[in-house]
Ligand binder design. Structure first.
Ligand SMILES: C[S@@+](CC[C@H](N)C(=O)[O-])C[C@H]1O[C@@H](n2cnc3c(N)ncnc32)[C@H](O)[C@@H]1O
Length: 224
């Protein structure tokens, strides 16, 4: 998929639907790529700022897509789209957009928070969405892509039998898989937090959760 970086390529691979809405489309390249790849039949880009709105219009001109100006899901009707993405924003902003119009959120949701992914996981857990997967991009800055689907059954089985607080911070699937890149990132963060003079309560909670995850991993590795 041309013109997409590794982050948006990973997002694009998770998108498939008859009508897909991308909130905060900015340059419009994600929608263009999934439409051209045949993963989506019709795309709706939503932007709340003038220049990105115009950029999306230019990128998507002539494609099976439209660009709407507005705040979050305000310009979308309930049932209009069957899948949604929001990428490149903080987790708090993403959760706020989704919580503002819960009935307008489509059943399939792909989210890429730049920070505070725990806000997005909490949104899913308390809004009837199951976290199906959380692929990470390779490279120095590993972005997490969170793939959700609405489910009538609760609770989300992804959180069964894992440390809930650590799972919200670092991801239940990541905790189960313990892949080397993920474990290395946790150890690096532990070293970084340990050398700080003072930790605020959020950082202290993170460090405590990292210790628990690392101890669990050692115990699992040394179990008979
Ligand atoms: C950092 S850019 C990310 C662009 C693109 N999604 C990506 O991941 O490369 C965030 C974009 O979201 C738009 N945005 C932020 N809050 C929004 C909201 N509440 N509704 C619609 N668009 C929003 C901004 O104008 C900006 O273009």
């Amino acid at each position: 998929m041309p013109r997409l970086d590794a982050r948006l390529k990973t997002v694009a691979r998770q998108i498939r639907g008859a009508c897909h809405v991308d909130v905060g489309s900015d340059h419009g390249h994600l929608l263009k790529a999934v439409i051209k790849a045949g993963r989506v039949e019709w795309g709706i880009a939503i932007e709340n700022k003038r220049q990105p709105f115009l950029n999306s219009q230019a990128t998507l001109a002539g494609l099976a897509a439209e660009v709407r100006f507005g705040d979050g899901l305000e310009p979308l009707a309930a049932g209009e789209a069957d899948s949604l993405s929001i990428c490149g924003m903080g987790g708090e902003s993403i959760a706020k957009i989704l919580s503002a119009f819960p009935r307008r959120v489509p059943d399939a949701v792909v989210l890429q928070p730049n920070k505070r992914p725990e806000c997005v996981r909490e949104w899913g857990l308390y809004s009837g969405f199951h976290l199906l997967d959380e692929p990470r991009t390779a490279g120095r800055r590993a972005f997490q892509i969170l793939v959700f689907r609405r489910s009538a059954s609760s609770p989300d089985p992804a959180y069964h039998d894992v440390d809930r607080e650590a799972a919200l911070l670092f991801g239940p699937h990541n905790l189960r898989r313990r892949d080397p890149q993920f474990m290395r990132a946790l150890r690096e963060e532990r070293r970084y937090l340990e050398q700080l003079d003072r930790l605020d309560s959020r950082a202290a909670d993170r460090l405590a959760a990292i210790y628990r995850v690392l101890v669990d991993a050692i115990e699992a590795d040394t179990a008979p």
